[in-house]
Design a protein around this ligand. Sequence first.
Ligand code: UDP
Ligand code: MG
Length: 139
Amino acid sequence: MATNRTFTMLKPDSIENGNIGNILNMITEAGFAIKAMKYTQLSEEQAKAFYEVHAERPFYGELVEYMTSGPIVAAILEKENAVSDFRTLIGATDPAEAAEGTIRAKYAESKGRNAVHGSDSDENAQIEGEFHFAATELF
Ligand code: UDP
Ligand code: MG
């Protein structure tokens, strides 16, 4: 996967709060093209594997429980400078610290239930995209 792609999930709180349309609109308005997308629910095994890097952190159990609590929307997005620009669009992890107008400032409930995921590097964007999508699901 090239450096012009990133991976996102609209997390369970976004779906519960009826924000799928609002958030996808912000993403496309910001110039990201949707290359792959699915509405799905993570199993405990999938959530544990996806967040493996945080396994030793105190919030890991809660994070896995939350991420498996309901459906998510997973997507691969394309734009020049995708990873960095998408992190800017979503804002800081904690919505209290997220810049005004960012997705998390508008829609996140808390540092844990924070509306969206965004890959933090090109390498992780590729790994995370491949975690959720087969090559035949990418357009
Ligand atoms: N998280 C949490 N408590 C924390 C830090 C993170 O519940 O103190 C959750 C939150 O949902 C976050 C995810 O774990 O989005 C992954 O954490 P990371 O530090 O990678 O934040 P992100 O890259 O999502 O901004
Ligand atoms: Mg992260």
